[in-house]
Design a protein around this ligand. Sequence first.
Ligand code: SAH
Length: 230
Amino acid sequence: MNLPQERYTEREEMVKMQIASRGVVDPRVLTAMLEIPRHLFVPENLSSSAYDDRPLPIGHEQTISQPYIVAVMTELLELKRNSRVLEIGTGSGYQAAILSLLAEEVITIERIPDVADSAERLLKKLDITNITVITGDGSLGYSPRAQYDSILVTAGAPSLSCALIKQLSDDARIVAPVGGREVQELVVIEKKDGVIREFKHGAVCFVPLIGRYGWGGIEGCYHIDSKKNN
Ligand code: SAH
């Protein structure tokens, strides 16, 4: 890995004021947020805002998530050193870079080829070698590399495909924003000894998941109000 140190004090400030102060406690998550140079993942003209407490546009009508939300979702995944993680919605590649410091292997999938290419180039430049960027529709998950110990969805889904739950190994978690087009509920779906449990973690706003099981597609088997796992 080749992670530049510049703007470290801004990251210290971000972690202290935006993340730790709001209750994120996992030291591995806080360290990863300190180490990954977020300013390299935003467009150059927004570099001065890279450590602001908000999402930022990254082109193609997409956004890099607010630092606090990245930290919360990462903590909820409860990653282990040897975890294999699937991220749906690569965007800038920032969330994938954070995950790469906590897990063994990250597979991240992005539907817009240009977005996937830029993220892949940047991750290569930073010499992060345990991330694979795939171009495609992540609403179906990514079966060639299943099973996953964690699945993180970083675009707002109307419902989730059964395929995602099938691609989850036992004792594993999905973290995903599920609900409306503008506002979703951050849900955690846990699979343990074959039993599925779910809990909700509050309201979030993500750009829409578009694809076969996304907006404009067909309904998946997991909804925010009713849970059917057939
Ligand atoms: N995790 C990103 C932010 C995600 S923004 C980061 O750290 O910057 C959401 C991304 O999901 C967008 O890039 C969008 O193009 C992508 N997306 C939307 N629907 C998708 C789908 N079905 N499969 C893969 N990517 C999708």
